[in-house]
Every structure is written in C-alpha cells, then in structure tokens.
Design a protein around this ligand. Structure first.
Ligand SMILES: Nc1ncnc2c1ncn2[C@@H]1O[C@H](COP(=O)(O)OP(=O)(O)O)[C@@H](O)[C@H]1O
Ligand SMILES: [Mg+2]
Length: 334
C-alpha cells in the first residue's frame, strides 16, 4: 500500500499502526561558562505495534520513557524523526485536520478547556470548531453530562473546578465529536479515589458501549488492572513488553500473597508440599505467605486449611509496579 496517506482504512488493518517509530530531540545543554553541548535524546527509539479497532490498551513506563512523545506523534502534534505511523489509514503529521475529527485527546497535566469561561462555553466552541451536527452534539453532550455528572458544573468557570471535576470536563470535551479513538495521557494523575473510580467506570462504558478504541497512559497501575486487557510497557523509548495484563506478572516473575488469619498466634506456618510458598511476615495472628503469581492459590489454601485453624484468608495481587521493576532488573542484568 502506498505511503501517500490517502488510503482509506480497511477492516483487518491495525487501527493504530506504528512501524519503527522514532523521535529524536536535539537538546542544547550548558556545559561550562560559554560552551553549549548538543545532545540527542532518543525519546522514542523504534517502536512498533498494532492496535485493533475497539481495543483498550495500556501504555505504561517510568517517567521520561517516551509515552507522551508517542501520543503526540499519534495526534500529529509532533512529526516523527523516523518510522511510520497511521491512524485509520491517516498519517497524523501530514493530515492533522482530517485526523482531528477521528480522535479525541486528554492530557492530564494540561487542560484543553478555556480557563476563564464557563465549562459549557468550551463545549460550544468545540461544537463549532469540529462542525458537529447539532443533534449529535446535543446527544453527546447530554450523555457525557449524565455519565460524568457535569450537570451542576456547566456554568462554572473552569478555573474554579477541582482537579477531578476539570478532568471529567476535559474527557467530555474530547468526546463531543464522536471520535473513534481516544488517547488519554495520565487521565487520573492527582485525582482522589472517588474521582478515579468515576473516570474508570466512564471509560469502561465508553469502550464497551460505543466501541471507542482507547490508548491509555498512566502511572496508576490500578487503571491498567481495572481497564485494560492488554498492556505495553516502554522504557528509554523502546517497547519492553506487549501482552496481557496477567502475562505481565509472568514476565516479571511476580509473587502473590496469601494472607491468613489464624485462631491464635502461631509460629511461622510450615508447609512442606507447597513448593515456592513461604511465610514473609507475621503480625500476631496474621501471616503473609508469598507464592508465585503464576500458580493457583487453591492447593495452597487447601493445605493451610487442613493443617491450621483458620478464621479468614484473602489473596493479594502483586502491584504491577514491582513486577515492572523486576522486569527492568532482569533486563539490566541480562
Ligand atoms: N520537546 C522536547 N524537547 C526535548 N526533549 C524532550 C521534549 N519532550 C520530551 N523530551 C524528552 O524525551 C524523553 C521522553 O519524554 P516523554 O515522552 O515526556 O516521557 P513520558 O511521557 O514517558 O514521561 C525525556 O527524556 C524528555 O526529557
Ligand atoms: Mg508523559
């Protein structure tokens, strides 16, 4: 297929397609009193992946990994230094305006709303800017207002909104023109637990009910666990992992924890016949047993229950952060 960027997207293609995508920044740094050194930062260093229509994918990695730079190339804000990117067959950098009607973007750290105007005014401007048909705009606005609970906020100037309210306002603004793809760059950053839950619920419904393709960048690994079946991990501009969220535990060799509450204080449980399981902490009648995340908890639970008087038990999942840390460790040591 041609590289002219005019080819229409066809079913079966990746909806989002990256092939060896690169972004190099030339940075000038002070090096001594008069000298300035040129330095090349390979922010995105050859990333390839495909996302199918309707997928909800997590894009995670430590600070400075290249997540935001990738998103900016997917929206046409930044031009790639190398490689290729297509969204629904469109080359973002060359056809930014045509792409604009297909995508919505939310940057958690920067609002797209008009700071001094009531929220509704930003929406009216978006209505005109994107030339959304009136009936459709109305329907989308009503839906967002209801699901994101914006009813009381429409007349409030954006600068008076709390962070959580503003984020909900930003998400609505990104969706009023019915985009096929939604990019979210750290949408839950700085939000309290209730706001996070609300945002997550909304995104889950959006993806399920409207089939919107979602690419989500986040620091909060619970976002990924709760929303994304697939996750990509990047670091230093390179793709480190692309697979299921569950598989991430396997790749990182993580452990789960069985927390058992016993009837009385007991020396650390001894469990011959439960390979890989070991007591890692004792707090009075509560004991913590670590076991490989890839194993089922059932045989271990049965074994503990057969040998000790139990009051309660629960299984704790590892946080992905530690899994990723392990992954980095392995790579560094390789
Ligand atoms: N406009 C820019 N000019 C120079 N360097 C940049 C620019 N934007 C990002 N970088 C650098 O590129 C790297 C990746 O940044 P970024 O994509 O923002 O990472 P992330 O979003 O994963 O935290 C970092 O080293 C950052 O300092
Ligand atoms: Mg970023």
């Amino acid at each position: 297929m041609g590289d002219d960027g005019t080819r229409e997207w066809a079913a079966g293609d990746g909806f989002i397609e990256l092939d060896g995508l690169e972004k190099v920044f030339d940075v000038r740094r002070r090096a001594g009193r008069f000298r300035r050194e040129r330095q090349r930062v390979r922010a995105v260093d050859g990333i390839s992946f495909r996302v199918a229509r309707g997928e909800m994918v997590g894009y995670i990695g430590p600070n400075g990994a290249g997540k935001s730079t990738t998103i900016k190339m997917l929206t046409g804000i930044l031009t790639p230094s190398g490689g290729r990117v297509r969204i629904a067959g469109i080359d973002p950098a060359r056809e930014r305006t045509r792409l604009a009607s297909r995508i919505g973007v939310v940057f958690g750290q920067r609002t797209m709303l008009w700071w001094d105007l009531p929220l509704i005014d930003s929406y009216r401007l978006a209505h005109r800017m994107y030339r959304v048909p009136d009936a459709r705009f109305r329907a989308n606005l009503d839906r967002c207002v209801e699901l994101l609970d914006l009813g009381d906020l429409l007349k409030v100037p954006v600068r008076q909104l709390s962070l959580g309210q503003r984020m909900r306002g930003d998400i609505a603004a990104a969706l009023l023109h019915d985009p096929d793809v939604l990019y979210l760059d750290e949408p839950t950053i700085g939000l309290d637990v209730i706001s996070k839950t609300r945002v997550r619920e909304f995104l889950r419904e959006l993806n399920r009910d409207r089939g919107t393709t979602v690419l989500l960048t986040t620091h909060d690994l619970q976002d990924i666990e709760q929303l994304c079946g697939r996750v990509m991990v990047i670091d230093h501009g390179r793709l480190l992992y692309d697979g299921t969220t569950a598989g991430l535990h396997e790749a990182g060799g993580g452990e789960r924890t069985l927390v058992v509450d016993l009837e009385r204080e007991t020396p650390p449980l001894e469990l011959p016949g439960a390979p890989g399981a070991r007591v890692v902490r004792v707090e009075g009648t509560r004991q913590y047993l670590a076991f490989p995340a890839t194993q089922s908890a059932a045989p271990l639970v049965a074994r503990v229950a057969a040998a000790y008087p139990l009051v309660d038990l629960s299984v704790r999942e590892p946080d992905i952060e530690s899994v990723i840390a392990r992954m980095y460790g392995e790579r560094a040591g390789a």
